[in-house]
Write a protein that binds this ligand. Structure first.
Ligand code: ADQ
Length: 458
């Protein structure tokens, strides 16, 4: 079996014992994938160094070999906080209004990608498969080719790919996409993002794309395909009935005192639609005053990317909204929103999901969204809860039995909450059965196997 070299911005081995801090979807998914393959996970350590040396820190933790490099403060500002999170992330989530186009962000991004390539290239042996992840490293394939790496190299994008009309607002968009054509395979979460990419290649570059997603441009042949990511269903559904989950479940049920819990679990990110969600819930409380006190919203939202000002703003917005909604509706024995700014171990989250009658997964745009799948996996088959899901999450293309909403419409979300609360058990079971099949069959192991098979060219 070929070795797998996984390359992503950050390397963080999932640690079940870790009590604080959330683990992003990427860390969770890759941890599961890497355990099955011997190989190396390469990326940034998350640490700063005064002067970049390219020295590798190699470690073996929990069955996974990692190799990391430290970056200079200027690298972190321009590449990570700058181009990745102030330019590409907002643009790729359709927020062109938030995208900042600064020349030094672009050059920092290219410089750090070159640094990644220089440091990882010596680790790559002739038969290795190389799998690059996400928007931080779009041009890495080209930079590896420039260093003589002839291996099969694949790329997977965890976030949406924007429509051509938005992407062309990015200075040097052509140069960026051209570097991606050095990969052998490019994976997207859904057909929608795949089609946007192919559209760009045809319309802006003049390449051709056949019915199998094979792109031809000059002398390059690249396969583009959708690989919807899943969760580690086995691990998660087991965790949901374990001791830790059970006590988390009890804790939430007891504290809710007979009220139905609505749960939201998201990184604190403007793409997740949290203010819109809170406003829709406010509307629900106003329009359904008689049943308002029968519910409580638990929103778990650990801060992320705090160095970026838009993330500081979303935090302030939410704190303000929580205060005003709680102020307007609360009584001496009831507060409508419990807003928690921290991460929880996965097993505890599973218990919270199981104790919640409704999950509100209402991002304005999301590559996939794993919380939706985790919620489904954690439910009691005899008495499952209802998933309210944004049609703009990649997961909406798979979880078609969810209550689908337009997250921009407060009326629609408020109405969906009402419908979910009144939904008879038979309908809850029927919808859940439709979804659990997908969550179970299209899990992270299948995602990883499918991608690696495509990367091998088999
Ligand atoms: P994210 O934007 O981070 O991932 P998501 O897919 O929902 O979004 O994954 C979040 C993960 O973090 C989930 O596994 C969740 O349980 C965990 N998490 C969130 N809040 C937590 C908390 N308070 N405590 C503990 N754990 C918490 C990106 C893309 C997504 C894509 C994934 C995977 O933006 O669209 O689905 O990568 O490809």
């Amino acid at each position: 079996m070929s070795r797998l070299i996984v390359i992503s911005n950050r390397v963080s081995v999932p640690d079940k014992k870790k009590k604080d801090g959330a683990q992003g979807g990427l860390a969770v998914a890759l941890g599961a994938a890497l355990k099955e393959h011997r190989g190396i996970w390469f990326g940034w350590s998350g640490k700063e160094t005064e002067v970049f040396t390219g020295d590798l820190n190699m470690q073996r933790t929990d069955g996974i070999t990692t190799a990391t490099i430290d970056l200079e403060p200027q690298d972190i500002d321009e590449y990570y906080n700058g181009y990745a999170n102030r330019t590409l992330w907002p643009l790729f989530h359709f927020r062109i209004d938030l995208a900042e186009y600064e020349r030094q962000f672009g050059s920092g991004y290219e410089r750090v990608n070159e640094r990644f390539a220089t440091s990882v290239a010596p680790l790559i042996e002739p038969d290795d498969l190389v799998w690059v992840h996400d928007y931080h490293l779009l041009p890495l394939g080209k930079m590896l080719r420039d260093r003589g790496i002839k291996n099969r190299i694949g790329f997977f994008l965890h976030i949406p790919w924007p429509p051509t009309r938005l992407l062309v607002s990015l200075p040097f968009h052509e140069r960026l996409v051209l570097t991606m054509l050095e990969y052998d395979i490019i994976g997207f979460q859904t057909r929608e993002w795949l089609e946007s990419f192919c559209h760009y290649v045809e319309k802006e570059l003049g390449g051709t794309v056949d019915a199998d997603g094979v792109i031809r441009f000059e002398d390059r042949v690249v396969k583009a395909q959708a690989f919807p990511i899943g969760i580690d269903y086995e691990e998660f559904s087991r965790a949901a009935v374990g001791d830790t989950a059970r006590s988390a479940y009890e804790r939430l049920v007891q504290s809710a005192e007979g009220k139905k819990v609505l749960i939201g679990v998201d990184r604190l990110d403007y793409s997740k639609g949290l203010p819109d969600r809170f406003e829709a819930y406010d509307r629900f409380l106003t329009q359904n005053a008689e049943s308002a006190k029968d519910v409580v919203l638990l929103q778990i939202a650990p801060p992320s990317r705090e160095a970026v000002v838009t993330y500081q703003e979303i935090r302030e917005t939410l704190e303000g909204l929580t205060g005003s909604i709680n102020g307007a509706h609360a009584d001496i024995d009831w507060v409508p929103i419990r807003y928690v700014n921290r991460g929880y171990p996965r097993a505890e989250l599973a218990g919270f999901y199981r104790a919640s009658r409704i999950a509100l997964v209402t991002p304005l745009r999301d590559g996939m969204n794993l919380v939706a799948k985790e919620y489904v996996a954690a439910q009691d088959p005899e008495d499952p809860g209802v998933l309210i899901l944004s049609r703009f999450a990649g997961a909406a293309l798979q979880l078609t039995d969810a209550l689908m909403v337009n997250p921009h419409s407060g009326d629609e979300v408020s109405e969906a909450i009402r419908t979910a609360l009144a939904m008879p058990k038979e309908e809850r079971i029927r919808r859940w059965q439709g979804m659990i099949e997908t969550v179970k069959n299209e899990d992270v192991k299948k995602w990883q196997k499918d991608f690696v098979a495509a990367l091998k060219g088999s």
